[in-house]
Design a protein around this ligand. Structure first.
Ligand SMILES: *[C@@H]1O[C@H](CO)[C@@H](O)[C@H](O)[C@H]1NC(C)=O
Ligand SMILES: *[C@@H]1O[C@H](CO)[C@@H](O)[C@H](O)[C@H]1NC(C)=O
Ligand SMILES: *[C@@H]1O[C@H](CO)[C@@H](O)[C@H](O)[C@H]1NC(C)=O
Length: 475
């Protein structure tokens, strides 16, 4: 018995080293529990100042998981739990915004509907890149779910702490305030849901407000300065000079808005980059890097499978979101049934962590997952995650993976690193990293956890989004 156990173990080892830690058994992937747990990292992580380079006219910015750039990690479990709870508010707020846009009510204010979580100062589970604004290097969160790019700005009324010096418009000769009467100020409403307002002290300046629904917000004046992405300069880039900022931004200096409205970075740089960008989000390994590529040149990608495109769902009311037509879903190769396929679109967002699915799809998925991943001891649920296991006594497990099908035969295969969320580092509470929406008619969201190790291409000119397998790296 012991002999056969060792033989099996050796065989597994051989197979593992041969396949570099992940092996496909049809629609299941072997996952080494020891390899991808949240690493213990108590030293202050200083991975600010991400690199960039230019290749074939595309600008490639190094992308990191912000988790590892936020200093010492203490009380991680508590922080993660709070993060997921706040994220639930972000998701509720997105639903709220969408309902209002569809019913064409213009006067909503999300902050009156969604509880504000005061005093939150958490690490985020988001991705960061470094940009140069008015000759200053600033590390910002990458968000495809919002439009306005902003940075914390001097003089500041309320700024959270950040390791990089605050942007100071007074010492940037190329900085200009955006005028209250200008067209840029008018576009704030479609970009942020809030009207631009004229300053009280200086009535000619344009003030903005962005609320993210999780209690996070930024408020300040709209300005213009020279932006450099990699090596490409973009003059008169319109952004928020944030003087009152609070929330789940970790210690990033601000945020890059990659939505679809006129004020987004994608729209403002479309002359330089053709309205095309893509990213590869690395897993939470401290050493892992990914890339944000600006520009359409696909030869700079390191995709292992062809890019599989689906069209963006055209909904004039939801213009700023990236919405796809989800036509099917399978788990471990077994197709799920749901009346919602092909009806409610699904939004793809780099700023939401956990994927949310309509209840009928989530329930079918969970049932099928439990059927295929049976025999493992269960563990209590965690926040929004309700399917958890105690896997401390396993070296590796074979995980049924998720595949999503989109209109036009496009497919997105979730990497095995995006299937489980490690609540406890010792693997005693490992949860299926997916959650249900409250109602069937709400719009699903593909979160960043399920987009790891894949090239996701956003083409706003040809109105399509594509997926391909890629092991993320910067170099
Ligand atoms: C910004 O970063 C680049 C390296 O990416 C460096 O060469 C440059 O000196 C930095 N600029 C400032 C103002 O720190
Ligand atoms: C989604 O795609 C299916 C299959 O091609 C199609 O029947 C359906 O009308 C599409 N839904 C939307 C919202 O475009
Ligand atoms: C998890 O499982 C291990 C071994 O099976 C057991 O010793 C441990 O108490 C369990 N942990 C929890 C939190 O249930």
């Amino acid at each position: 018995m012991a002999f056969w156990t060792s033989v099996t173990f050796l065989l597994v080892l051989v197979v593992l080293s041969w396949a570099n830690g992940a092996l496909s058994f049809d629609e299941k992937q072997l996952f080494s529990l020891k390899k991808l747990q949240w690493a213990q990292r108590d030293e202050a992580g200083s991975c600010f100042l991400q690199k960039s380079r230019t290749q074939n006219g595309a600008n490639i910015l190094e992308m990191k998981h912000q988790h590892y750039c936020s200093g010492p990690i203490r009380d991680l479990d508590e922080k993660l739990k709070k993060r997921l709870i706040s994220e639930d508010n972000r998701v509720k707020s997105i639903q709220f915004r969408i309902k209002n846009l569809i019913s064409n009510q213009k006067d909503f204010t999300p902050q009156t509907q969604i509880p504000i979580n005061s005093g939150i100062k958490l690490q985020t589970l988001n991705y960061i890149v470094t940009i140069t604004l008015g000759s200053r290097n600033l590390t910002v969160i990458v968000d495809t779910g919002s439009d306005l790019t902003w940075v914390q700005c001097q003089p500041c009324k309320l700024c959270y702490s950040q390791p990089e010096p605050l942007f100071n418009p007074l010492i940037s000769p190329s900085y200009q305030s955006v005028q209250c009467k200008s067209q840029e100020c008018q576009t704030l409403q479609s970009a942020t849901g809030n009207l631009g307002s004229c300053g009280t002290n200086n009535p000619s300046i344009c003030n903005y407000l962005v609320t993210y629904g999780d209690g996070s917000y930024t408020r300040g004046e709209l300005g213009k300065d020279r932006l450099i992405l990699g090596t490409t300069p973009v003059d008169d880039f319109v952004f928020g000079c944030g003087r009152n900022n609070k929330g789940l931004f970790g210690s990033a200096s601000g945020l890059m808005g990659l939505g679809r409205s006129d004020l987004s970075l994608v729209s403002q740089t479309s002359n330089a980059f053709g309205g095309v960008f893509s990213y590869c989000l690395p897993d939470s390994d401290a050493a892992a890097s990914g890339s944000l590529v600006l520009g359409p040149d696909a030869t700079v990608f390191k995709n292992l499978t062809p890019i599989s495109y689906t069209r963006l769902v055209q909904n004039p009311q939801l213009f700023s979101f990236y919405i796809l037509n989800l036509t099917g879903t399978s788990i471990g190769g077994v197709n799920l049934q749901s009346p919602s396929f092909g009806k409610v679109g699904i939004l793809i967002d780099s700023g939401t962590v956990i994927t949310r699915l309509p209840p009928s799809i989530y329930t079918a998925l969970k049932t099928e997952f439990l059927k295929q991943f049976s025999g493992y001891p269960s563990a209590p649920g965690f926040s929004i995650l309700d399917t958890c296991f105690n896997l401390t006594s396993y070296e590796e497990v074979n995980i049924p993976t998720l595949k999503m099908d989109f209109e036009g035969g496009s497919e997105m295969s979730v990497d095995v690193s995006g299937m489980f969320y490690f609540v406890k580092r010792d693997a005693s509470q490992v949860c299926l990293a997916l959650a249900s929406l409250a109602y069937e008619n709400e719009i699903g969201i593909i979160g960043n956890y399920q987009q790891r190790n894949m090239r996701v291409v956003y083409d706003t000119k040809e109105m399509k989004v594509g997926f391909a397998k890629e092991i993320c790296s910067f170099n």
